[in-house]
Each structure stands twice: as structure tokens, then as C-alpha cells.
Design a protein around this ligand. Structure first.
Ligand code: FAD
Length: 768
């Protein structure tokens, strides 16, 4: 991982992963600015490139082809990636207000959040029309439209808005839908398509010859074009025009004039009459040196510019330079929009028509040129240069010299590494330790479990555990949630109810305001999870160190006769796992910029999911033994259970839920640093030569953070238990194997690649 070394002096927050911001990220990745921390807040972590959207709709590009993955790009830039939606900006307090997470403080903020089609002004449009933006909502809805066409339930597609985007999109849709219907044995020619233009002609603002070429294309393809057709309302079965005419249609696509984000007026920033954010020549919000913006969301004060991706792309380098110049106290440079851009508009087939400086030409060559330009653009954000080493050494060029003086006055103190110690090392190290024998200790080091159980004299027993580790994600709020969940897992695995928590936190040294912001975000995340668990945060201790770290000493309560032990596996029971595995390899891949952002975000969502309800469901279904799957990996924790229970176990590999991307990551040879220690437990696997060749074998050793519960339940109730777990939100919970009676074999674990459902059911019915 490459992060800007040293303490944070300035926080730059980029809101939206639009065309200009991806260039800013790349720019800061190429030339990091010591002391500056970037944070990208984006609604979608795969950000679409609209220039290739029509090509995707037409069937020429895959979804991956047209998206920039912000994960590796953010890593390259040393930026924190927060998947969330900004819903406001507190300009006075310098905070971005987000839909889900606590406000994100900034020293400088930049908005590149695009625009949205204006459905609000036309009654019924929001309910009945399909807007092209946000593109990520559009894509699945277009797939559903296509399915309706193929099923014969949609025969007439109408598109409102005859700008370049609308024209290109309708031609793409027509090409794809006629072709797919014909390929499915239907009559592609029977489909109807209509384009509605509110003005006198399509493609207003483009040269006459360009418009004429497209009119000819529409005529040749049998697409109706209605001009002067201003839509007054949209209904379930079509549209009503302002002049009262009705046009029936089965599906209505919507690409009318862009509208700005609806929260901009509450920011108090200067807006144009339509609500777009006014910026000066340097791309700064009028009167605010710490607020920048680019792309469709701006109204450029010096001159009107079209809302087109080309302009957002060209603004990127200027935006990056001006953010840098503001931070370093050097001169800003003006953004000079190009006088005339080359427009290449595709016609559905691999064919395009282009215009520049009033000249118009088209053909298959124009499509090839467009394809080449678009793919080259995408490559800039995919084929990132190898990351240089962490930026160390050079004096910070930041303008805020007072802050830099404060930083250098704080002594550098490094804390210990928070990495977990492997199972073998741990048991060897603790083997010689003889704790003082107290009769109140029911479960302690003599027979270690997920947590200690102590009789404190009350009606219930006390369950005690501690966990502590360094930040595994660069979002302190999420990390707080994950750390709390990870610690609580031990209490739930013992069948306990969390009662109190003491926190221990390490924060990297830095400016007071930055330390405070990170600490409060981390504790807010942790406390949200603790509150959900009914666990009171009663105190803690904080120190400075090299890395952000957090841990908890937890107390829980459990009925005297109801605590769960790892040694409670019963031959014949089914093994249930509540969450997918793979966080270790995915986080390792993320550190190296090799993981897709959507994989990492999904892993984070799983780590943020509490085990509370899973423990409740397992209790209802007669759980015999449970453990939380963490650092020793699925196999390591299962071996602990089989040893303590004196049983064997069978794991069915293709039943084990695996996080998306974990297999790809393992196939690339990316493993957590704890993996080699966990792999030592392979000695517990029977017929190792065969087992090692099985798919997913390495994932059995993958260390988990805030993993799910591995539990045994009576076989007859296992499928019902899994159904209840899924209903409770553990969508990937599964029966992953069985507990077997102890055999003569030295190795307790039997791995099988798969098992037909019938065999599986039979096994459940007949205990081994
Ligand atoms: C069908 C179609 C085809 C087009 N084809 C072309 C073309 O070929 N060439 C061209 O130049 N232009 C084209 N355009 C226009 C182009 O889409 C836009 O001008 C361009 O995308 C604007 O870029 P942007 O950087 O302003 O924002 P966008 O590209 O829209 O990016 C905005 C980003 O911000 C994120 N976001 C939005 N709101 C929030 C929020 N509140 N919080 C966090 N994140 C947020 C979004 O998820 C998105 O990632 C086309 C438009 C359409 C509709």
C-alpha cells in the first residue's frame, strides 16, 4: 500500500468520482503531496464512463468495459475511499454531510457529482419514466426492459430528449433490441421506436449537416421522430404532450436537460438560476477558496460551456493543479474550455457520425476512432503505473507553515505491530504459562475457548474477552464498526449477552484536529455496533502510536447452564457457517491495489454485520457448539473445535460461502501475512495430497476479520436453521459439512469437493 507518509496536515475531500476527479486522483498518485490526505466519497465505486454507455447498451461493451474501478485508483492516489452519497455541505463547518456515515471534515473540498435528468418538473416522470442517470440504476432497469421486449411485453419504446445523449442512446437501444428479439426467434422489425424532441429539431446546437445525417439514420431505421413535442406528463401507458396529445408507449426512456443535485441550494453557495454551482475561472465556488467543482454540476462564470463529458475530462488536470496550488500557496491557473470539441456520436451499429468546426463525416472508421479514444481514456485509469515508494524525506511544500511546525514538534513514537500471532506460536508460547488457579474460573487458559467464563457470584456467569488490532481499512468509522463486531464475536460464540466494553485505541500522532476527527469517527462506528448489541461502553484508554488501532475488553453474561464451548460438537450434527470467508486475501489484495472496489466494499459490509441475530437464531435451533471464525481461518477454528470435542468433521468445499473476488485474489497468489502460519494446520487434513488440489483449499486458511459464526446444530434442523439465518439477513449462511464420530485416522478433517443434495440430505439423516 502506498499512503502519503507522515502526519496529515490537510484533508482534501473529493465528492463524486466524475470524469474530472478520476484525473485528480491519478495526478495525486503520480505526484503525491506530503501532508495531504485525499478522501473520495462516491455513491458508486464502479464509476461509469458515459461515452461508452451507448456502446454497452448496443451490446459492444461489457459492463466492466465501461466502468472505472475506483478501488485501485484510490489506492494508487493514497486516497481513502468512502462509498456513500453526499447529501449536503456544511461550508462554515467545513464538513461533507453524507447519507449514511458521520460528516466528513475537510480543509478543501471538490465536487464532481455530475447531473441528473430532470424528472421532477414533469408529473409522472419520476414514477413511469426510466432516466438514464444515474447510469448504475439505469443499467439493471434497461436489462429489465430488454427482458420485457424478449417476452413480448414491450413493443414500443419511446425516448424523451433529443440531445446527443438521447439520440445515441435510442439508436443503441433500437439496434440491440431488434437484434436480440430476432435472435430469440421473434420479429425484430415489429418493434416500434419513437424519439421526442421538445424543440424544433433534434440535436439542437449542432450543425445542420449533422442533424440531417441523423434524421436520415432515423428514417432508414424506421424510428419515428416527433419535434415540438414537449412532454406535459408521463403515465403508465405513455406520455401526454403539453398540447394535449397522447402518445402510447410501453417504455419511456428519459434523457432531458440536466438538473443539478437538489441539495446545492442549502449549501449557501452561489448558484445560477437553474441551481448549478457557479465557479470562477479557477474552478472555485464563487467567494470560496476551499470549495472547487467541475463537470456537469458547474455553471462556469466566465462563459457558458456545454454539459458534456469532454469538458469534465479537460477540466481534470486544471482542477488537480489548482487544488495543489491552493495547498502549496502557489499561483492558480484558469480553466480555458476548448472552443470546439470533436463530437463522435454512434448509431448503434459499429458506426458513428462526427462533427468538429462545422465539418461532418461518418462511417465505420468514425466508430473505430471513437472506440480507440474511449478505450485509451479508460486505460489511463486501469493501467496505472507501478506505485512509487511512500513519499518520505522531502520537506513538505504545504503553505500552512504553522501546522507543519506543530507537527514537527510532536515526537515520533511507534507502537507495536497489531498483527495476530499464529495458532501454533500462540499455543507454544502460552504452554509454559501457569496462571494462578482460582476456583471461580470456569473457562480459562487451561482449556482456552473464545472467551473466559468466570463465576462472579451472580445468577449468571461472566464472559470475558479482549481483542485489539490495527486498522485494516482506511475508513476510521468503518474500522470502528469492524473492531467492535470482531470483539463481540467471542461473546456471541460463547452464547453470551454482551454487557460492558472498555476500549483501547491507538491513534497516529498528528494535528489535534485530525487526531480528534479520526478518533471520533472510529468511536462513533464502534459505539453504534456496541449499542446495537446492548453493550455499554464504560471506559477505555487512548495512546499515540504508529498506526490507528482499536480493541475492546468485553464483559458478557451467560446463564450458568447455557454457555457454549468449542468442545460441544456432537457426531451427526450439521456444521453451519453464517458469513462468507475471504476477508484476509481481499484486504491483502486491496493493500496492493489489486482488488476491485466492489469486492472490498462487500467484504466491509460483511465485517460490519453483527453476529448478534445469528447467535439468537442458532440458539433457537439447538446449537451445540460455536466459535467465531477469525484469525486462524475456517480450518484452524474447526480444528480447535474437533480437538476439544474429540470428533472428526467433514467439510464440503463447494458449500462454503466465499466473498466475491476472494477466489481471484487467491489465484493471483495474494494472501494475508498470517496465511503461512495457518497453513501449518494442514496436518489436520486427511488425504492431504488430494485435498490440496481441491478448489478453494487455500481459502480454508484465510484469516478472517469479524467473521461469521461456525456452529453445530442437529442435522434434522439444519436447513430450517439456515433458512432462518438467511431471513435474519445472513444471505449466504449455509450448511458446510457434518460432525463425524472420531475415527482411527490421525487427521480429524475430511475435505470433499462437493456433495449432491440428495447425498447431503441422507448424511444429515444418518449420523456418521
Ligand atoms: C446517454 C448519454 C451518452 C453520453 N455520451 C457522451 C459522450 O459520448 N461524450 C461526452 O462528452 N459526453 C457524453 N454524455 C454527457 C456526459 O454523461 C456528462 O457530461 C458527463 O458524465 C459529466 O461528467 P461529470 O464528471 O460531471 O459527472 P459524472 O460522469 O456524472 O460523474 C458523477 C459521479 O459522481 C457520483 N455522484 C453523484 N452524486 C453524488 C453524491 N451526491 N455523492 C457522492 N457521489 C455522487 C456519481 O456516482 C458519479 O460517479 C452523455 C450523456 C448521456 C446521458
Amino acid at each position: 500500500m502506498r499512503m502519503n507518509a507522515g502526519p496529515v496536515v490537510k484533508d482534501v475531500v473529493l465528492v463524486g468520482a466524475g470524469h474530472a476527479h478520476v484525473a485528480v486522483l491519478r495526478n495525486f498518485g503520480m505526484k503525491p503531496l506530503p501532508g495531504v490526505r485525499l478522501t473520495l466519497i462516491t455513491r458508486e465505486v464502479d464509476t461509469p464512463y458515459s461515452g461508452m454507455l451507448p456502446g454497452h447498451v448496443a451490446g459492444h461493451y461489457t459492463a466492466d468495459d465501461i466502468h472505472i474501478d475506483t478501488g485501485p485508483l484510490a489506492r494508487f492516489a493514497g486516497a481513502r475511499l468512502y462509498q456513500d452519497e453526499a447529501v449536503g455541505l456544511d461550508v462554515a463547518g467545513r464538513r461533507v454531510i453524507c447519507r449514511d456515515r458521520p460528516p466528513v471534515p475537510y480543509d478543501l473540498v471538490s465536487l464532481d457529482i455530475g447531473s441528473r435528468p430532470n424528472t421532477a418538473d414533469v408529473p409522472g416522470a419520476a414514477e413511469h419514466a426510466l432516466p438514464v442517470k444515474p447510469i448504475d440504476s439505469f443499467l439493471p432497469r434497461f436489462d429489465a426492459l430488454r427482458a420485457r421486449v424478449l417476452a413480448g411485453r414491450s413493443r414500443h419504446v419511446l425516448l424523451v430528449g433529443a440531445g446527443a445523449g438521447g439520440v445515441e442512446l435510442l439508436l443503441a437501444a433500437e439496434h440491440r433490441l431488434r437484434r436480440d428479439l430476432a435472435a430469440a426467434g421473434g420479429d425484430g422489425a415489429s418493434l416500434r421506436f419513437t424519439l421526442l424532441a421538445g424543440g424544433d429539431d433534434i440535436l439542437s446546437g449542432f450543425p445542420d449537416a449533422f442533424r440531417a445525417r441523423f434524421r436520415a439514420v432515423f428514417a432508414a431505421r424506421g424510428i419515428a421522430v416527433e419535434t415540438g413535442a414537449r412532454v406535459g406528463a408521463v403515465e403508465a401507458g405513455g406520455v401526454v404532450l403539453a398540447d394535449g396529445r397522447r402518445i402510447a408507449a410501453d417504455d419511456v426512456l428519459w434523457t432531458t436537460q440536466a438538473a443539478p443535485a437538489d441539495w446545492l441550494p442549502q449549501t449557501g453557495l452561489a448558484l445560477d438560476p437553474r441551481g448549478f454551482l457557479r465557479v470562477d475561472a479557477m474552478l472555485r465556488a464563487i467567494g470560496h477558496e476551499d470549495v472547487f467543482a467541475a463537470g456537469d454540476t458547474i455553471a462556469f462564470d466566465p462563459e457558458p460551456i456545454p454539459r458534456s463529458g469532454v469538458y469534465a475530462v479537460r477540466a481534470g488536470p486544471v482542477l488537480a493543479d489548482n487544488i495543489r496550488a491552493t495547498l502549496t500557496g502557489t499561483a492558480l491557473r484558469p480553466y480555458k474550455p476548448q472552443r470546439d470539441a470533436l463530437y463522435l456520436v454512434s448509431t448503434g451499429a459499429p458506426h458513428a457520425i462526427g462533427t468538429r468546426n462545422g465539418r461532418v463525416a461518418g462511417g465505420a472508421w468514425a466508430w473505430r476512432l471513437k472506440d480507440w479514444i474511449d478505450r485509451r481514456f479508460m486505460r489511463r485509469f486501469r493501467d496505472l503505473p507501478a506505485m512509487p515508494e511512500a513519499a518520505t524525506g522531502p520537506a513538505s511544500p504545504l503553505a500552512d507553515k504553522a501546522a507543519l511546525r506543530d507537527i514537527s514538534a510532536i515526537a515520533m513514537r511507534c507502537g507495536g505491530c497489531g498483527a495476530k500471532v499464529g495458532a501454533t506460536v500462540l499455543s507454544r508460547a502460552l504452554g509454559a504459562i501457569v496462571p494462578f488457579p482460582r476456583p471461580e474460573v470456569w473457562v480459562g487458559l487451561a482449556a482456552p475457548d473464545d472467551a473466559a467464563v468466570v463465576d462472579t457470584g451472580g445468577p449468571r456467569l461472566s464472559v470475558q474477552t479482549v481483542d485489539y488490532f490495527r486498522a485494516i481499512v482506511d475508513d476510521p468509522w468503518r474500522f470502528g464498526m469492524i473492531a467492535a463486531n470482531h470483539a463481540l464475536g467471542d461473546i456471541y460464540a460463547m452464547g453470551g449477552e454482551p454487557q460492558t466494553a472498555l476500549a483501547i485505541a491507538t491513534v497516529p500522532y498528528g494535528l489535534e484536529a485530525k487526531v480528534e476527527a479520526d478518533l471520533s469517527a472510529m468511536m462513533a462506528g464502534a459505539n453504534a455496533v456496541l449499542r446495537d448489541a446492548g453493550c455499554a461502553l464504560v471506559g477505555g484508554h487512548t495512546s499515540e502510536g504508529a498506526e490507528l488501532s482499536l480493541g475492546f475488553a468485553l464483559n458478557g453474561l451467560v446463564a450458568r447452564d447455557a454457555f457454549l464451548r468449542k468442545g460441544g460438537l456432537r457426531a451427526g450434527d450439521a456444521l453451519v457457517l453464517t458469513k462468507p470467508i475471504g476477508t484476509g486475501t481481499l484486504l491483502a489484495a486491496d493493500m496492493r491495489g489489486l482488488a476491485r472496489a466492489r469486492w472490498v466494499q462487500a467484504a466491509i459490509r460483511h465485517m460490519c454485520a453483527s453476529n448478534r441475530r445469528a447467535a439468537e437464531v442458532l440458539a433457537l435451533y439447538g446449537v451445540g457448539a460455536a466459535t467465531d471464525v477469525t484469525g486462524f481461518g475456517l480450518l484452524g477454528h474447526l480444528v480447535e473445535m474437533t480437538r476439544a470435542s474429540e470428533v472428526d468433521a467433514r467439510l464440503v468445499l463447494d458449500r462454503i460461502p466465499v466473498l466475491e473476488g476472494a477466489r481471484e485474489s487467491v489465484a493471483r497468489g495474494v494472501f494475508s501475512s498470517l496465511q503461512p502460519q495457518n497453513v501449518r494446520l494442514r496436518r489436520a487434513v486427511r488425504d492431504l495430497d488430494v485435498a490440496q488440489a481441491l478448489p478453494d483449499y487455500p481459502l480454508l486458511f484465510d484469516p478472517q476479520t469479524a467473521g461469521g459464526l461456525l456452529a453445530s446444530v442437529p442435522a434434522a434442523r439444519a436447513e430450517a436453521c439456515v433458512a432462518a439465518l438467511r431471513a435474519a439477513g445472513y444471505a449466504e449462511a449455509a450448511v458446510i459439512g457434518q460432525v463425524l464420530a472420531r475415527s482411527d485416522a490421525l487427521e480429524p478433517i475430511v475435505l470433499v469437493p462437493s456433495e449432491p443434495a440428495a447425498t447431503h440430505a441422507a448424511r444429515e439423516a444418518v449420523p456418521a
